[in-house]
Design a protein around this ligand. Structure first.
Ligand code: ZN
Length: 179
């Protein structure tokens, strides 16, 4: 069985005026990312939105020292970007939403057990950023024994060097299929 995790494709990470945006690179993957999500839904496969959630003034969070505030609870920054938000509105009952607090969609969430309940062994990843949240999710998935498939036209980063490095790492070190 296979499942899809759509990582952090939100306003703050993708829109021109998002708080921590991948900008044009993130916007360019929208058609491919939406198509993969639609295909998984149409086939009845498990689809997860894994979305960063931060609280204003959370001084205990390590990201506070690293990045400007982003994906704050209750703000537009945390809404899905563009067509993906529409798709979510239409197909909410077929999509599992998980808030995450760290880069990895597995950190502090019930994602692993949700996947195991469904007998899912092949995990497909799309979203942003290739070299941060997608990477950390992929590493955790690898360590948990999932076979990875990365949709390379549906991941993006604000750092082109980091993006390319991460794609090589997925394939050469995590044994992922790049499609
Ligand atoms: Zn964050």
């Amino acid at each position: 069985m296979k499942g899809l995790v759509v990582i952090d494709y939100t306003y703050d990470f993708v829109a021109d005026d998002g708080a921590l945006t991948t900008g044009v690179a993130g916007q360019a993957i929208e058609p491919a990312l939406v198509k993969v999500t639609e295909d998984f839904i149409a086939q009845g496969d498990f689809v997860v939105m894994a979305v960063d959630r931060h609280d204003i003034g959370d001084s205990y969070h390590p990201e506070m020292k690293l990045f400007p505030p982003h994906n704050l609870a209750g703000t537009k920054g945390r809404e899905l970007f563009g067509r993906l938000q529409e798709l979510y509105n239409e197909q909410q009952d077929k999509i599992y939403w998980t808030d995450k607090r760290h880069y990895s969609a597995f950190s502090g969430t019930d994602l692993d057990i949700r996947l195991r309940e469904r007998g899912i062994t092949e995990l497909h990843l799309v979203g942003v950023c290739t070299d941060i949240c997608v990477l950390h999710t992929a590493v955790d998935a690898y360590n948990l024994g999932y076979q990875l498939v990365i949709h390379q036209d549906a991941v993006a980063s604000f750092d082109p060097v980091g993006h390319e490095w991460a794609l090589k790492h997925f394939k050469g070190t995590l044994g992922a299929d790049l499609v």
